[in-house]
Design a protein around this ligand. Structure first.
Ligand SMILES: Nc1ncnc2c1ncn2[C@@H]1O[C@H](COP(=O)(O)OP(=O)(O)OP(=O)(O)O)[C@@H](O)[C@H]1O
Ligand SMILES: C=C(C)CCOP(=O)(O)O
Length: 250
């Protein structure tokens, strides 16, 4: 099966609070629907979609001083951030449903937690069962209960890593605004085998982002068994059809 992340920076206008990039979301939903209509071998086993926050989660989290390690015990902050993410989730779901993709929501806040060491745990029985029953589960970066911290943020990238591990994904794709990991001359790095080789060029996101941008993505993906691809929106359909566009993280 395939775990696909639609970057928040792709499906929203990351620099304007709570603003969708409707055109980009339509293109992504078209690519998913077209690929599911004639599924590749890996896609025939099912698709899990995860989306990030973009301008729907990061601004709220940043205003409340919440990150993946800094928590809050303010229920208003929890509702603000979770509310923004579930609003975006509804937009993503409705664009997929309009195209007859059997997309259903799974909200990480109601399912997972971080332990006192900050390690993220997510039960995945519900996702596996939904997949086996023919649905496309759609998860999203969210707030998450965190022992000793109250509530922190879980990024879509962490969810992708956890789902890929637990469900033994065949393929993993991260669709972002960049065509891949870029080197110092802005050329796409084809393969990454270790963090050290790209540490100098990996940075945070250029927009408000509480979860660590490209550097955090590469770190999370390097820990996985299966190869993962980071690519731009124009490569999404090709990826779902079996191509290996952009940067491959081994
Ligand atoms: N070496 C690099 N190559 C490519 N992008 C980089 C690099 N270093 C930093 N970045 C930044 O990382 C961003 C991608 O990470 P970001 O977390 O914003 O993406 P996303 O997953 O699509 O969005 P979100 O986190 O909102 O879901 C790029 O837009 C770019 O600004
Ligand atoms: C900020 C929130 C709530 C979600 C972050 O998810 P990401 O955009 O995948 O990093």
């Amino acid at each position: 099966m395939i775990v696909l992340k639609l970057g928040g920076s792709v499906v929203t206008d990351k620099d304007r609070a709570e603003t969708l990039d409707g055109e980009a979301l339509d293109r992504a939903a078209d690519a998913v629907a077209d690929a599911l209509a004639v599924p590749s071998e890996a896609l025939a086993e099912g698709l899990v979609v995860v989306h990030g926050g973009g301008s729907f989660g990061h601004h709220n989290a940043s205003e409340h001083g919440v990150s993946t390690i800094a928590g809050t015990r303010d229920p208003t902050a929890v509702h603000d951030i979770h509310g923004a993410m579930t609003t975006l989730n509804r937009f993503v779901l409705s664009r997929l449903l309009e195209r007859d993709v059997p997309a259903v929501p799974v909200h990480p806040f109601s399912a997972g937690h971080r332990d006192a060491d900050g390690e993220f745990h997510l039960p995945t029985g519900q996702v596996a069962t939904l997949l086996a029953e023919g649905f496309v589960p759609v998860l999203h970066g969210d707030v998450i209960a965190h022992a000793g911290e109250g509530v922190t943020i879980v990024s879509g990238d962490e969810l992708v890593a956890e789902l890929a591990r637990a469900l033994e994904a065949d393929r993993i794709g991260l669709c972002s605004t960049v065509p891949g990991v870029l080197d110092a001359d802005d050329r796409v790095v084809e393969r990454i085998e270790s963090y050290g080789t790209v540490a100098d060029v990996l940075g945070e996101s250029e927009s408000t982002d509480v979860t660590g941008g490209m550097a955090a993505k590469v770190r999370a993906l390097l820990e996985l068994e299966a190869d993962a691809s980071i690519f731009g929106l124009e490569e999404l359909e090709g990826f779902l059809e079996g191509a290996e566009p952009g940067t491959t993280i081994e």
